[in-house]
Design a protein around this ligand. Structure first.
Ligand SMILES: CC(C)(COP(=O)(O)OP(=O)(O)OC[C@H]1O[C@@H](n2cnc3c(N)ncnc32)[C@H](O)[C@@H]1OP(=O)(O)O)[C@@H](O)C(=O)NCCC(=O)NCCS
Length: 343
């Protein structure tokens, strides 16, 4: 890029927060443009974030924590974006941040300005631990270190090529799992959780707290029917169809485990794997494998256009990773979760 082009973008930068209920159209489009430019430059394996999804995120978040968004502007043009979640259900000492800066305008201090805005906002909200996740790329890691953040956990992104799945092999694995899980049956729950199953699903959701969080100074997440309903609203607002497969113990009717996956209307070829968890007392029956293959079978029918499923695991989550590798998930990227205490 020539110096002339660089200079054309130079100028004072203003930062302001978007109105979450009624964001300025140009600002929201600017957010989409910057995130898209960053995606193309830095993490092209990710899906684009569309304006409707950004709008839904401002109101509802991706699950149940709304995303506060600030923009850095030069004139009217958005040149950098700060997104921040301020958890309310638990972990109220934390704030999660993500910053994206126009690839044409990096190393000019815009990221640093947005990070300062994030720490100011957190202090105003009485939050003491700032969290960030970054791709394992030189700019992202270099920036996080420069902001005084410390590495707390390694996260690995894996993707399954649905069309390359060896169904014969999976059939053998499934039969083996079924034999060990003879006391359980699978129940399909598309969309919202029925009211009568809600308490059991809350308990299953809370089992995700057993997944490793490494050095992150966070507490267990707290789940409630209200929170799960808020997450359902967020899914619908973001245009996601949700599928939940549950393992039920035949003898007692107890819900022992579940796996959840969503497909969004704008990218119907792509599935987002959410939680898979099995209650501690029901582990050792291959329910994790049974649930995940059971989900793949369901989706062949319900979402036959699917080509890829995306999943994230902590690098230390050996058990879940072993199941995912068996199902043909392969590493596509890695990221780091960072944290810093605010004085
Ligand atoms: C990371 C990112 C936000 C940095 O934005 P930026 O406006 O270029 O950041 P700044 O100019 O304020 O840089 C501050 C410091 O970070 C470090 N840094 C930034 N880019 C770096 C790079 N490419 N390599 C090494 N260190 C880097 C440097 O210490 C830099 O200070 P210096 O320029 O005086 O050496 C930007 O590269 C980006 O949008 N990346 C994609 C999204 C992302 O990874 N976000 C981070 C996770 S929250």
């Amino acid at each position: 890029m020539g110096d002339r082009r660089r200079k054309a973008f130079d100028g004072p930068v203003d930062i302001s927060w978007l109105d979450r209920a009624d964001p300025d159209r140009r600002d929201l489009d600017g957010v989409a443009a910057i995130i898209e430019a960053s995606r193309e430059a830095d993490y092209p394996q990710e899906l684009a974030r569309t304006v409707p999804v950004l709008r839904a995120g401002l109101r509802h978040g991706w699950s149940s924590t709304p995303i506060h968004t600030a923009v850095a502007r030069q004139g009217h043009r958005v040149v950098g974006v700060l997104e921040m979640e301020l958890p309310a259900w638990d972990n109220t000492h934390t704030g999660n941040t993500e910053i994206n800066v126009d690839p044409l305008l990096r190393r000019r201090g815009i990221g640093t300005r947005l990070f300062a805005e994030a720490t100011d906002r957190m202090r105003r909200e009485n939050r003491t631990l700032i969290l960030a996740e970054s791709w394992d790329l030189p700019a992202s890691s270099g920036f996080c270190k420069a902001m005084g953040l410390e590495r707390a956990s390694e996260e690995i992104q894996r993707r399954q090529d649905v069309l390359a799945v060896d169904w014969d092999r999976l059939g053998v694995l499934y039969a083996g799992a079924e034999a060990k899980a003879a006391g359980y049956e699978l129940v399909r729950i598309p969309g919202d959780v029925p009211e009568d199953l809600m308490p059991a699903i809350v308990e299953l959701t809370a089992a995700i707290n057993d997944a490793p969080t490494d050095d992150l100074q966070i507490e267990d997440e707290k789940f409630s029917p209200e929170r799960l309903r808020a997450a359902e609203v967020a899914q619908v607002a973001a245009g996601r169809r949700q599928y939940r497969l549950v393992a039920r113990e035949r003898a007692t009717g107890v819900l022992a485990g579940h796996t959840v996956l969503a497909v969004d209307v704008d990218h119907p070829w792509h599935g987002w794997q959410y939680d898979t968890s099995v209650l501690r007392t029901h582990r050792g029956h291959r329910l994790g494998l049974l649930l995940k293959i059971g989900m793949m079978r369901w989706l062949q029918d319900a979402e036959p256009q699917l080509r890829a499923v995306n999943t994230w695991n902590a690098g230390s989550n050996d058990h879940m990773i072993a199941v995912n590798e068996l199902l043909g998930f392969r590493i596509v990227a890695s990221a780091t979760a960072w944290q810093r205490k605010l004085a």
